[in-house]
Write a protein that binds this ligand. Sequence first.
Ligand SMILES: Cc1cc2nc3c(=O)[nH]c(=O)nc-3n(C[C@H](O)[C@H](O)[C@H](O)COP(=O)(O)OP(=O)(O)OC[C@H]3O[C@@H](n4cnc5c(N)ncnc54)[C@H](O)[C@@H]3O)c2cc1C
Length: 388
Amino acid sequence: MVVGAGMVGAACALYAARAGLEVILVDRGPVAGGTTGAGEGNLLVSDKESGPELELALLSARLWRDLAREGLAEAFEYEAKGGLVVASTPDALASLTDLAAGQRAAGVDAVPVDAHRLRDLEPHLAPGLAGGMLYPQDAQVMPALAAAHLTRASGARVETGRTVTRILRAPDGAVRGVRTDRGDLLAPAVVNAAGVWGADVAALAGVALPVLPRRGFVLVTEPLPPRVRHKVYAADYVADVASDSPALRTSPVVEGTAAGPVLIGASRERVGFDRSLSLPAVRALAAGATRLFPFLERVRAMRAYTGFRPCLPDRLPAVGPDPRVPGLFHACGHEGAGIGLATGTGLLIAQALTGTRPELDLVPLRPDRFDDPRHPDRRTEEAAPWTR
Ligand SMILES: Cc1cc2nc3c(=O)[nH]c(=O)nc-3n(C[C@H](O)[C@H](O)[C@H](O)COP(=O)(O)OP(=O)(O)OC[C@H]3O[C@@H](n4cnc5c(N)ncnc54)[C@H](O)[C@@H]3O)c2cc1C
């Protein structure tokens, strides 16, 4: 039983079904009605430092390529367009060069691009940048379509419009299914793929998992002829993702889409689940994007939308079995990378469900890590500078 039909739940359903399991996918809303339907679809290795998240990103990138080759590429608008990270100052370029050295050692393809060559790759980029790095493994999908097509390909029994209100346990404590507002659904294993609501679903089983929302806005331009070829972003984006600050942080992230509109991100702030439009945030996005691509000054924004990234204190997801509750598994907390990391997560969950040796070491991602008093990111509600 997979709780949550977002990108992560859909991938868990797909790989569990491919491992021979019978899958029920349950969601209180529609497929992709959560953060998956409110973000962008970059599949990035470029923004991750070497370590467990990058390993998961590389595994996931390979699986996304495999799914695209199976004939799903067109269905979910898979584009192997590559990412271009640009540095505006020599200092930023030096940090980017350091980051790339570590990534290369982990298996990432990172190609330095001299300042004078940047406009060969992106003819509309602003002049005067210090240089950049090209990441050919970065790609893009349309997230809602990807979640829908993976759900369909899984053949899972889909129970949408059904809220999980309790995790059912046997007298020995083992999971035996879920209670929903429309009756019980029985299963010997439950996967918590509830994204930013992962803490609430964990609590239904009596365990803590400190997933908190990190709000982001996206500005959407009117449809344009193709002018932005890669996913292009400023080198400071990596620092913003890693930052712990509750205050608004923005760094320009610009990408074209198959449908024509250009998507402009990325903002991050801790404001709980506040959906109201923030003019300072969207102004900062527009200003950052026009600094990178001056032609955008003359382009109209059609709309802005907002979503809540599911964020754990160490910004790594929780993936794997929960030793506190036999039969409970978690696949949530992927912050701003849940689309990219979904496929690897789904495969790892399927391997854990079937007792197969996992492709990656699950220790850094273990769901109970924040209970450990020695964990550097152990947080209590009182100590956390964030609001729910
Ligand atoms: C502005 C923005 C830009 C982003 N850009 C990118 C990007 O470019 N690349 C990338 O990889 N990621 C990006 N992300 C992050 C990405 O969108 C998320 O990490 C990802 O969508 C999380 O997917 P999920 O399946 O875990 O959660 P969700 O999509 O939120 O799915 C969780 C589901 O659980 C359901 N649920 C919750 N509680 C219950 C319950 N009690 N009973 C039944 N169902 C329940 C919800 O209805 C929901 O459908 C972005 C996010 C934002 C906000």
